[in-house]
Design a protein around this ligand. Sequence first.
Ligand SMILES: [Zn+2]
Length: 237
Amino acid sequence: MTQTEILWKYQEAESELDRLKKELESTPERQKLRKLRRILQEQTEKIDDYRTGLKEKEGEIENDLVKLEALLKEYDLEQDDLNIMMEDEECTAEELTECRKSMENLLRRINSLQRSLTECQKFIADTESAIKETYSKGSRTKRDYEAAKAVVETERSEHQPIVDKAQKTVDMIGAQLSPELLKRYKAIKKKHPNPVAGVQDNRCQGCGMSLPMTAIKKISSGTAMIECENCGRILCC
Ligand SMILES: [Zn+2]
């Protein structure tokens, strides 16, 4: 057998190995496992987002509470002022109105802050229950994930000897090839999944390009390794 013929066999063995590996990677249970992994990832991200939202809200509440405390203090001072002014006979009606207006303004700000605090509290309660719900969904997903993983492991251990056998065949044929040729084959494989192409009706079966007679003669005699000028595949009769 010529080197090119052995290479052809090598390609066949390798594509069988690839097929077996692919088959193992694409069983329904594998697909299920990948889907569950994606869902788990999404749930984790969701919880992270909720937590970030909670932290921001907590910061907001802290700020609002500081502001509220200052406003309440200011309001108390205004109240004291008003009490004094009301007892002061020299105090004019305008001054009293001014003081009341200022107190009303403070009260509006206090009310608005209190509303904002109530909203923050509602947000926190809602987010906490959403986290809880996501956790409970997550634990169901995790359970399904572990079950699928166990099935996939069984599939793998059942399938592995077949893959190993195919790998052994590839290695055995590969050992009969010159290292340079194998290296060339692997380089071409990066571009074409099937680096060796047959020749039919004087054409490269990889790309369909018509081949010169001199090349055909060389390939048929098995004296030289010829690559297709167009696609670069190694040609085999
Ligand atoms: Zn070609």
